[in-house]
Design a binder for this molecule. Structure first.
Ligand SMILES: Cc1cc2nc3c(=O)[nH]c(=O)nc-3n(C[C@H](O)[C@H](O)[C@H](O)COP(=O)(O)OP(=O)(O)OC[C@H]3O[C@@H](n4cnc5c(N)ncnc54)[C@H](O)[C@@H]3O)c2cc1C
Length: 419
């Protein structure tokens, strides 16, 4: 027998008979893993080490058929469904307590068409795996900056990366997506087909179904000018003022990320990482003012392959996809990471204090892929004026909110319910 816990801490569905579970397992091409099985702990582990959730069942999906079986099983037996692709959800939403987890990570098929500059990629690929297959042709699309992140969650939330300025977000490069909806159908979403769903999966996260495959537009990207500069704390204020002016005038080919942190010796430093994805000589000229400012402790900017670097949107219509933040200039992120669980309290405290102190400088809004477990109002902030349109889409494609273990957009009938 299996008992389940709901998203709101409530039991969901009736306990399942063993024979029902066995029949489900027999209909899968991939493996069904339960707590008593080998590999259970490794499969439920996610990037965020503070998440220690124990699903009742994990389906290691071998393909789309397993995803359809899993969605139908979860719906029929009223199980809390979570979707795991790259496992890098900040909130740890890939895995739930007591639910059914669809593990897409075995689905790593990819077909690159270098002549048409298109890649068809299954949802279990990480960024590094995707880049590996496209870079052999000196092609790439916008993805994030940490190679172990999943292409799926990243693209469904928007997808910020080094090629943003020149080529838009990851979701802007999506040509189509294959989506298993709550009723177990497989739909193709693209400009000319299920276009409302196509709008929703480009920024709306996993709210409308399980995407099994993504088709991306690729761009010629070979060597880039990448690396970073580092300054001492004494120069931080002047450098950041200068950086603000520099960043507001730099061309689309240049993406930058400034940070405050500690160097390996524990000293406070300010850094800026860069990627120039146009001709190297032009990049050298563009970066000259930044590299000659003050007295950097370190300058590691040099030509490198885009794939080596991979370990601000332009004139896109803000309403063209569910992703909303096309006009804000900066994405502010506090990277608070630690290895020892006994350091959790201290780190959470300084992170929250810094976040509170920065509030007066923020515009309203948050990138959905940066959200932890922060409640319904923050999800609304992530989508702003797009939220009502997402609710209408939810009413159409997932009226019972089967896909709720995510940064959830609730159907109209459930809005106001506790999150
Ligand atoms: C170390 C680190 C670096 C990051 N760097 C960047 C960055 O450079 N740029 C950026 O934009 N973001 C970045 N992020 C945020 C990242 O985009 C999100 O955490 C994203 O959700 C991760 O996707 P995933 O597939 O790895 O995660 P998962 O935890 O597997 O999935 C996250 C959620 O997405 C949904 N989902 C995933 N796959 C599917 C699917 N196939 N169908 C339907 N729903 C699905 C589910 O709701 C799931 O819970 C980073 C996060 C981390 C932890």
């Amino acid at each position: 027998m299996v008992s389940e816990q709901g998203h709101w801490g409530m039991p969901v569905g009736k306990p399942l008979e063993e024979a029902v579970v066995q029949e489900f397992a027999a209909n899968l091409r991939g493996e069904l893993i339960r707590p008593e099985d080998g590999g259970y702990d490794a499969t439920r582990a996610v990037f965020n080490g503070m998440i220690d959730k124990r699903p009742a069942m994990i389906v290691r999906c071998a393909g789309t058929a397993d995803v359809i079986q899993g969605v139908n099983f979860a719906r029929t037996h009223d199980l809390l469904l979570s979707v795991h692709a790259g496992g890098h959800s900040v909130a740890g939403n890939a895995v739930s307590d007591g639910g059914l987890m669809l593990d897409l990570s075995p689905m790593k098929g990819i077909r690159v068409d270098p002549a048409r500059r298109i890649a068809q990629a299954q949802a279990g690929l990480t960024l590094g795996e995707f880049d590996h297959e496209t870079q052999v042709f000196e092609l790439a699309t916008t993805l994030g900056v940490v190679s172990m992140t999943g292409i799926a969650g990243l693209t469904l939330g928007g997808g910020l990366g080094w090629l943003n300025g020149k080529h838009g977000l990851a979701c802007d490069n999506l040509i189509s997506a294959d989506v298993v909806t709550a009723d177990g159908r497989l739909l193709t979403a693209r400009d000319e087909e299920n276009e409302d769903l196509f709008w929703g999966v480009r920024g709306g996260g996993g709210n409308f179904g399980v995407v099994t495959s993504f088709e991306y537009q690729l761009h010629p990207v070979g060597s880039v000018l990448g690396g970073g500069l580092r300054y001492s704390a004494a120069e931080a204020r002047d450098f950041l003022r200068f950086y603000h002016e520099f960043a507001s005038t730099c061309p689309d080919e240049l993406s930058t990320a400034a940070s405050l942190g500690h160097d390996p010796d524990g000293r406070v430093v300010v850094g800026v990482a860069v990627c120039y994805c146009g001709p190297i000589e032009t990049g050298e000229r563009v970066l000259h003012p930044l590299r000659t400012f003050g007295s950097p402790l370190e300058d590691s900017i040099q030509p490198m392959s885009y794939q080596t670097l991979q370990s601000a949107p332009d004139g896109v219509d803000p309403a063209a996809t569910a992703f909303r933040h096309r006009d804000e200039h900066y994405d502010f992120l506090i990277l608070s990471q630690w290895a020892d669980p006994s350091d959790s309290e201290e780190n959470i405290q300084w992170t929250r204090a810094l976040f509170d102190a920065m509030q007066p400088f923020f515009e309203a809004g948050v990138y959905v892929n940066n959200l932890g477990e922060e409640g319904e109002d923050r999800v609304k902030e992530a989508y702003g004026e797009h939220y009502e349109r997402l609710v209408a889409l939810k009413d159409k494609y997932d009226p019972t909110n089967l896909f709720r273990f995510n940064q959830n957009v609730k159907p109209a009938a459930q809005s106001g319910a506790p999150s």
